[in-house]
Design a protein around this ligand. Structure first.
Ligand SMILES: Nc1ncnc2c1ncn2[C@@H]1O[C@H](COP(=O)(O)OP(=O)(O)OP(=O)(O)O)[C@@H](O)[C@H]1O
Length: 308
């Protein structure tokens, strides 16, 4: 069965808040796709519409060829949804949770073991432990097993790695790659820009709109400006001084440095350094760097706000 997702002009508002503003998106069968954006971008609203838990104000979507509104029943059978926050029963054991989700879909754990075996083996030693007593990483693995127990064709994962340690995050992405190899179409929503690089294609979202839709490499190659990392002793004053530099195009704090682009095509770092020294800065280091997804997101977001 073709497990494509096709979204056309999808909009959703809650009162005055326009959560989704005419989203158009096609996701191929078996693709590992990322919805990347900060809190409030509209990722959960899009998932809840696709999971047939909300009705759109306008627009449409098909999943595996089924219409999201008219054919919601077959969609519920071919879709696995792991919501961001609550999805497990904290006062049921690991095994009881899994059994519960299997029963909801009128199936049995043993009939679907092939699909979940790799993940299940990691949590089986804790099968009698209450879900509420599991670590964050273990809860996430159990939630993934529960979302997969009916062998869905499409899997929606809403911020699955939020609040999870680095090792569990990396293990989780490894699991997603194995699921993709089994042919499951996967959409992962995440606020972590670095996770974009683990997807085949991503949509960068903000304020209910898609700012860019491409492969991670394509998004980076569209950045189109020289980017500099600037360090100095007083990072906050450095930020203020750069923001008042007449040639500054963008100035964003980034860890221990400031990421800077200039309005001019070519710049002389020594001229910029002289300006900063004239402002009382010292121990300044300026180095040209390659843009990351977060730099691209900031640039697109700034551009979008200027156009609005
Ligand atoms: N039930 C609701 N009632 C009113 N406003 C809502 C509701 N659900 C979401 N919103 C608003 O819609 C916008 C999009 O929210 P949504 O939850 O879809 O975004 P998100 O990217 O998933 O962010 P988050 O991680 O915070 O959930 C936000 O401004 C949010 O405050």
């Amino acid at each position: 069965m073709d497990s494509k997702i096709s979204i056309k002009d999808l909009s959703k508002s809650y009162g005055d808040v326009q959560a989704l503003k005419g989203i158009n998106l096609d996701i191929e069968s078996g693709e590992l796709f990322g919805l990347i954006g900060p809190d409030g971008a509209g990722k959960t609203s899009l998932f809840r519409l696709l999971a047939t838990l909300l009705l759109p104000d306008s627009g449409s979507a098909t999943l595996c060829g089924f219409d999201m509104v008219k054919e919601y029943k077959p969609i519920r059978n071919i879709l696995g949804y792991m919501p961001g926050r609550f999805s497990l029963y904290q006062d049921l054991s690991v095994l009881e949770n899994l059994n519960f989700f299997a029963t909801v879909f009128d199936t049995r754990i043993e009939d679907n073991m092939e699909m979940i075996r790799d993940i299940w083996l990691q949590i089986e030693p804790f099968k009698h432990r209450l879900a509420g007593k599991l670590s964050g990483g273990m809860k996430q693995k159990l939630a993934l097993c529960c979302a997969l127990i009916h062998q869905p064709k499409i899997l929606l994962l809403d911020e699955p790695t939020t609040g999870v340690d680095v090792v569990s995050r990396s293990e989780f992405w490894q699991m997603l790659k194995s699921l993709k190899a089994k042919g499951v179409t996967i959409i992962v929503a995440t606020p972590y820009m670095d996770e974009a690089n683990l997807c085949e294609r991503v949509a960068l979202m903000q304020d209910g709109e898609i700012l860019s839709l491409n492969t991670p490499a394509g998004i980076i190659s569209d950045f189109g400006r020289d980017l500099y990392a600037i360090q100095g002793k007083d990072i906050y004053q450095l930020l203020l001084d750069l923001r008042t530099y007449p040639h500054a195009n963008s100035v964003f704090p980034f860890g221990q440095s400031i990421h800077y682009t200039d309005k001019r095509d070519a710049i002389s770092p020594s001229e910029l350094k002289d300006y900063l020294i004239s402002k009382g800065q010292y121990d300044i280091e300026i180095s040209k760097i390659t843009a990351g997804i977060e730099d691209c997101f900031m640039a697109l977001s700034q551009q979008n706000k200027v156009q609005a």
